[in-house]
Design a protein around this ligand. Structure first.
Ligand SMILES: C[S@@+](CC[C@H](N)C(=O)[O-])C[C@H]1O[C@@H](n2cnc3c(N)ncnc32)[C@H](O)[C@@H]1O
Ligand code: SF4
Length: 434
C-alpha cells in the first residue's frame, strides 16, 4: 500500500509540461523595461519562432498560420529590429545555445532562411560553437535548404513525420503525402547532417499496434539520431478538437509497444518522448546550458522568454484570424524595449518549475542545486517526490541526483500536471482561448 497516493495513473495523458507555467497563465500587465527584467541575468538560450507553415494540421495548436499572405520578409525585418533593440538594452547577454522553431522554419525560402541565419549570427549566435537546432516539415525541405543548414553549422535538424500510413495522416488532418515524407527523409539521411530527429504520433484514430510498429520500422530504417514519440492530444479549437474527435482507447498500449520496439532496436530512452540511437548517446559536445535553471530569450511573434522570476511573450491564440492579428501587431511594433504580457514567478512557482524541468523531458533532480537555490530539501516540501520513490519511479542515479526510471517516464504527463500550483491552475482555467 502506498503511504501517499495522489497521482491518477488511470489517465496517463493529462498534459505535456514542456514549460511551466503554461502560456495560458500569461496575462497583460503594466509595461516593464526589458533592461530591468534582464539586469541580474547574464546568459540565456536563444530561441527564434517562425509562425508559418505550408499546412495547418488538425492536431496542432502551436502558434502558427498556414500560407500567410503577409510578407514573410517583413517578419524577418521585424525580428532584425527586435534583435537590434535587445542588443542595445542587454549588450552583455551571453548566449549558450539556440533553436529555430515554429511553426515550420523551412517554410521560408532558401534566400529568406539565409537572411535569417545571417541575422542571428550578427546578433551573436556562433552556430559552430553551439549545438543549435532547426525544425522542418517534409514538404518545405529540399536539398538546397539542407545544404544551407549545414553551411551554417546548425547541428540538429528535426522534422515531423507523424505516421507512414496515408489514412492515419488523414485522421490527423495533416495533408502530407507519404511520397513527400519519403523524399524528405531520404534527403536528410543522405545529407550527413550532424544529427536528425523524426517525430511520430501515437493514439491516432484507428491506429493499431501493428500500424504503429510499421511506422517505427520505416523510421528506424533511416537511423535517425533521435525519434520522438508524441501522444496525440486533441486540443480545444484545433481541427480535431472542433470535429470532437475521440481519443484512441489504446494509446498507452501503443506507447508501451513503441517504446519496447525502439529499446529492442538500438535506441535508448532519455525521456517519455525521446529515444536516442545508442551509438549517439555520448556524442554531443559538452554544454554548460541547463534547461532547468537557465534563461531563454525569444525572438518573434509567439516566442516566449524566461528569466528566473518572469516569463513573457506576445499574446497567444490558436485560431487563424487571431494569430494573424498578433503577427500583424508584432510586425507593426517599433519598440521592443518594454514587455507587458506574461506571468511573474514567485518562489513557490520557481520551485515547482525547477522540479517539473528536473523530472520531465530527460532532466534530473539535483538536490544540492535545489538546496543551494531555495535553502530547503525538495523531499521535505513536495510529498509527490516521496510518492515517486515509493512507487519506485524515481531512482538515485548518483549521490543526491535523482531521475525518473523507465516506469516513471511512462507517467511524465501525470507528474508534470501534479506539480502545477493552485494559482496556476486557476489562471489556466480562466484563460479565454481564442
Ligand atoms: C513544430 S512541429 C515539428 C515541425 C514541423 N512543423 C512539422 O510538423 O513537421 C512539433 C511536433 O509536435 C508534435 N505535436 C504537435 N501538436 C501535437 C499534438 N496535439 N499531439 C501530439 N503531437 C503533437 C508533432 O509530432 C510535431 O511534429
Ligand atoms: S504540426 Fe507542424 S506543420 Fe503542422 S501546423 Fe503544427 S507546426 Fe505547422
Amino acid at each position: 500500500m502506498l503511504i501517499s497516493n495522489t497521482l491518477d495513473i488511470t489517465q496517463p495523458y493529462q498534459g505535456y509540461t514542456y514549460s511551466y507555467p503554461h502560456k495560458s497563465t500569461y496575462r497583460e500587465f503594466s509595461p516593464i523595461k526589458l533592461g530591468d527584467i534582464w539586469k541580474d541575468e547574464k546568459s540565456a538560450f536563444f530561441y527564434v519562432h517562425i509562425p508559418f507553415c505550408e499546412m495547418r494540421c488538425g492536431f496542432c495548436n502551436l502558434f502558427t498560420v498556414s500560407n500567410p499572405k503577409e510578407r514573410v520578409s517583413k517578419y524577418i525585418e521585424t525580428m532584425q529590429l527586435q534583435m537590434e533593440q535587445i542588443s542595445e538594452v542587454i549588450p552583455d547577454l551571453h548566449l549558450k545555445n539556440f533553436a529555430i522553431g515554429g511553426g515550420t522554419p523551412t517554410f521560408l525560402t532558401t534566400d529568406e532562411l539565409e537572411l535569417l541565419f545571417k541575422t542571428i549570427v550578427d546578433f551573436g549566435v556562433a552556430p559552430q560553437k553551439f549545438f543549435g537546432s532547426i525544425e522542418a516539415s517534409p514538404k518545405t525541405l529540399n536539398l538546397e535548404k539542407i545544404a544551407l543548414i549545414k553551411t551554417y553549422k546548425i547541428a540538429r535538424l528535426s522534422m515531423g513525420i507523424q505516421s507512414w500510413i496515408q489514412d492515419e495522416m488523414k485522421a490527423l488532418g495533416r495533408p502530407q503525402k507519404i511520397e513527400t515524407t519519403l523524399k524528405a527523409v531520404e534527403d536528410i539521411a543522405m545529407s550527413n547532417v550532424e544529427e536528425f530527429n523524426l517525430d511520430l504520433i501515437y493514439g491516432i484514430h484507428n491506429q493499431t499496434e501493428k500500424s504503429f510498429i510499421y511506422s517505427l520500422e520505416k523510421t528506424i530504417a533511416y537511423q535517425p539520431t533521435e525519434i520522438f514519440l508524441y501522444p496525440l492530444y486533441i486540443r480545444e479549437l484545433t481541427g480535431l478538437g472542433v470535429k470532437n474527435q475521440k481519443q484512441n482507447q489504446h494509446q498507452f498500449q501503443l506507447y508501451i509497444a513503441g517504446r519496447d520496439f525502439l529499446l529492442n532496436n538500438g535506441y535508448v530512452q532519455t525521456s517519455m518522448r525521446c529515444f536516442r540511437r545508442k551509438e549517439a548517446i555520448d556524442c554531443r559536445p559538452e554544454s554548460n546550458y541547463s534547461a532547468i535553471t537557465d534563461n531563454m530569450i525569444g525572438i518573434g511573434a509567439g516566442a516566449r522568454s524566461y528569466t528566473n522570476n518572469l516569463h513573457y511573450s506576445t499574446d497567444y491564440a490558436v485560431k487563424r484570424k487571431e494569430i494573424k492579428m498578433i503577427i500583424n501587431n508584432y510586425m507593426s511594433t517599433k519598440n521592443f524595449k518594454n514587455v507587458n504580457y506574461g506571468v511573474a514567478l514567485n518562489i513557490e512557482e520557481q520551485k515547482r518549475r525547477f522540479l517539473i524541468k528536473s523530472l520531465t523531458d530527460g532532466g534530473s533532480l539535483n538536490q544540492a542545486i535545489y538546496k543551494n537555490t531555495f535553502g530547503v530539501i525538495p523531499f521535505e516540501e513536495f510529498q509527490i517526490l516521496n510518492e515517486l520513490i515509493e512507487r519506485n519511479w524515481l531512482t538515485e542515479i548518483t549521490s543526491n541526483i535523482y531521475a525518473l526510471n523507465q516506469e516513471g517516464m511512462c507517467y511524465e504527463d501525470v507528474i508534470g500536471p501534479a506539480l502545477y500550483s493552485e494559482n496556476s491552475k486557476q489562471l489556466m482555467n480562466g484563460f479565454e482561448w481564442k
